[in-house]
Design a protein around this ligand. Structure first.
Ligand code: F6R
Length: 241
């Protein structure tokens, strides 16, 4: 695992955006696995800036998002589809039909999971997966205890995740209790993985995930078994390493 130390959030975002843009420049039809949440927003802002300068072309890129809340339509401001449109897709020249997020309002959860998994296969798998890291070690919405063999599935969100994300919903009661997530097995099949972490509150879980035992109780610890992971963290998130 390569670890890049960044000064702060902006520096982390720039370093991670450099890695993603190099991927797209070297392979114009790259399949990028993308995440939502606060960690990658700066990466997306940086990519938009470079796109506007004419330095990156997304017209042949395909994106596969990690997750989506069950029950939220794309028009919902809390949906991850909405997040991605607002924070990235609406500002770059990606073809909307090449951007994929699980369908939160699919009437058949099982069918939606196999559709998504087949889609990832059909596009040739993920070239580069961008990940954030949950305070409880989750990646995507693969919560502690998730099987390492899991493909895309529907999960019950943990209390710690509800606590961390309720800020986007007004209150915990309004937050969906379930979400679709790409599974750990699928994440591990990505050819390269880039993890972005920022802030002191992530320092403990960064240490446990990278240097602790590999266990489903800390889902991100599985990344120790992947042969091409780059972690980009700011000083605060890396302070316990
Ligand atoms: C989001 C996702 C989650 C987040 C994680 C960290 O698509 O899959 O695993 O990456 O919850 O969230 P932030 O970046 O908000 O701390």
């Amino acid at each position: 695992m390569k670890i890049y130390r960044a000064k702060d959030y902006k520096d982390m975002s720039r370093k991670a955006a450099n890695i993603l843009s190099a991927q797209v420049i070297l392979k114009e039809n790259s399949v990028l696995g993308l995440a939502t949440g606060s960690s990658p927003i700066g990466v997306y802002q940086q990519l938009i800036e470079w796109y506007r300068k004419g330095d990156i072309d997304f017209s042949h890129v395909t994106t596969i998002n990690l997750d989506e809340y069950c029950g939220l339509p794309p028009s919902s401001k809390q949906s991850y589809r909405y997040f991605m449109n607002v924070n990235l897709f609406d500002h770059i020249n990606i073809e909307p039909e090449n951007t994929h997020v699980p369908n939160g309002v699919s009437p058949d959860a099982k069918q939606e999971c196999s559709r998504y998994e087949n889609l990832i296969r059909r596009v040739g798998g993920i070239d580069m997966q961008l990940l954030g890291l949950g305070h409880n070690g989750h990646i995507g919405f693969n919560e502690p205890g998730s099987a390492f063999e899991a493909e895309t599935h529907c999960v019950d969100l943990s209390e710690s995740t509800i606590e961390a994300n309720k800020q986007y919903f007004g209150s915990a009661e309004e937050m969906p209790r379930q979400a679709y997530t790409v599974g750990i097995k699928t994440i591990m099949q990505a050819r390269r993985i880039v993890v972005v972490v920022s802030g002191e509150s992530k320092a403990g879980i960064v240490r446990d995930a990278l240097f602790g035992p590999i266990t489903p109780q800390v889902p991100a610890s599985v990344l120790q078994l992947h042969n091409n992971v780059t972690l980009v963290g700011d000083e605060a998130a890396l302070s316990l390493l």
